[in-house]
Ligand binder design. Structure first.
Ligand code: NAD
Ligand code: MG
Length: 389
């Protein structure tokens, strides 16, 4: 029996994971859940999955959450705040942690799970971009097994030989859907709205990652994520647009072989793989109908219309704290865009300005990274204010 702590249970990834878990009650037990502020949704999940503990991120909601548990007659222990997230990530009551919080807010609990030697199902890509070096070091030191959940990295993980035998790899190829604005000119993106940016052609996801997909920053973050997870330099990690999102990524070997992982675009496949690894279990995802699919198209990403991709490559090359600055500025800019206070095209401008202004330092210390994240956020907010003035 795997005992699972699910951080970010009310999100898109969290719900997909619970769907897979519910299909296999003989294999999986949910021992802890978390949500930031959706009290009613978290209560419903507690009623359904009966975890021993549940964390409401926003402590102001704790009294309502506790009252809700009592009125439903549930024994779940209620906790609140980010320290409690670290606590349930590290608690020996679970052997598996799903890191499905969005943004750098997930870094502390992700690291806590790594330090506790858990099986770490890693969806929270921002924590890898922010602190990849520290995370990989801590996971190795404490025997944590990282299973990538991001579909591209999960695909690559499936196409690679076991760790220690990873020779003969020429490059990794990450596929990108191209997002809702694929094929559009830079000029035509001036007035796009958050609603348009969030209506992704192939995947249903949270709003932050949906905007990242629209700017191609999502792919940029994934290049940095792949660098840390698989140990290849940015020059050997390529991006190709594949509008059908059926091939989830590829590994190109020196002998001319290319291995790909295919499937319908549904995160439950990656989650089922991570949950049951090295076994395979039913995920609820329909098998891919190759003849109905018929075509696999590929094209180069449009780097002029979507400059965020190259900003991410440049940050990876600069190294040190540059990816942390990129990530922080992106989070601030995307939040401002979603709030209607920043135009779509200015997202890249805010990131670029923040990156140019802040110096890059070595990135092997979490305290330095978090201070840098904080500083980059303040600077990005300052830029947004100036742009609006
Ligand atoms: P989402 O917005 O749907 O859900 C986010 C979850 O995190 C929610 O449960 C929310 O309560 C919690 N949360 C939000 N802010 C928090 C905070 N400050 N502290 C603690 N908890 C907080 O997001 P999502 O689409 O499920 O994405 C989750 C992560 O997985 C992201 O890092 C994303 O990039 C990654 N990811 C998502 C998908 C996808 O298909 N949705 C695919 C690949 C990777
Ligand atoms: Mg992805």
């Amino acid at each position: 029996m795997r005992r699972i702590a699910l951080l970010g249970a009310t999100g898109s990834i969290g719900r997909s994971a619970l769907d897979v878990i519910a299909r296999h009650p003989e294999r999986f037990e949910v021992v802890a859940l978390s949500a930031q502020n959706r009290v009613d949704d978290l209560l419903d999940l507690c009623e359904r999955f009966r975890p021993a503990q549940a964390v409401i991120g926003d402590a102001a909601n704790l009294p309502v959450f506790e009252a809700g548990l009592r009125s439903r007659g549930l024994q779940t222990e209620a906790l609140a705040g980010s320290v409690a997230l670290d606590q349930i990530a590290a608690d020996p009551g679970s052997d598996t942690v799903l890191a499905a919080i969005v943004g750098a807010a997930g870094v502390s609990s992700t690291l806590a799970a790594a330090r506790a030697g858990k099986r770490l199902l890693l969806a929270n890509k921002e924590s890898v971009v922010l602190a990849g070096q520290v995370l990989m070091r801590e996971a190795a030191a404490h025997g944590a097994k990282i299973l990538p959940i991001d579909s591209e990295h999960n695909a690559i993980f499936q196409c690679l030989p076991a760790e220690g035998q990873r020779r003969g790899i020429r490059r990794l190829i990450l596929t990108a859907s191209g997002g809702p604005f694929r094929g559009r000119s830079r000029e035509s993106l001036r007035e796009v709205t958050p609603e348009q940016a969030c209506s992704h052609p192939n995947w249903v996801m949270g709003r932050k990652i949906s905007v990242d997909s629209a700017t191609l920053m999502n792919k940029g973050l994934e290049v940095i994520e792949a660098h840390h997870l698989f140990g290849l330099p940015g020059e050997r990690i390529e991006v190709v647009v594949h509008p059908q999102s059926t091939i989830h990524s590829l590994v190109d070997y020196v002998d001319g072989s290319m291995l790909a992982q295919l499937g319908n675009p549904d995160m439950r496949t990656a989650l089922a793989y991570g949950l049951a690894w090295p076994e395979r279990i039913d995920s609820g995802v329909a098998p891919l109908d190759l003849c109905a699919q018929a075509r696999f198209d590929f094209e180069e990403p449009d780097r002029e219309a979507f400059p965020c991709l190259d900003l991410a490559y440049a940050a990876l090359k600069a190294g040190g704290t540059a990816p942390a600055i990129l990530n922080a500025a992106n989070e601030v800019a995307v939040a401002a865009f979603l709030a209607g206070s920043l135009p779509f095209l200015a997202i890249a401008d805010v990131i670029n300005a923040t990156l140019s202004e802040l110096p890059t330092e070595p990135a092997d210390d979490l305290a330095v990274l978090l201070a840098c994240d904080d500083q980059a956020r303040r600077m990005a907010r300052e830029w947004i204010k100036r742009m609006r003035a």
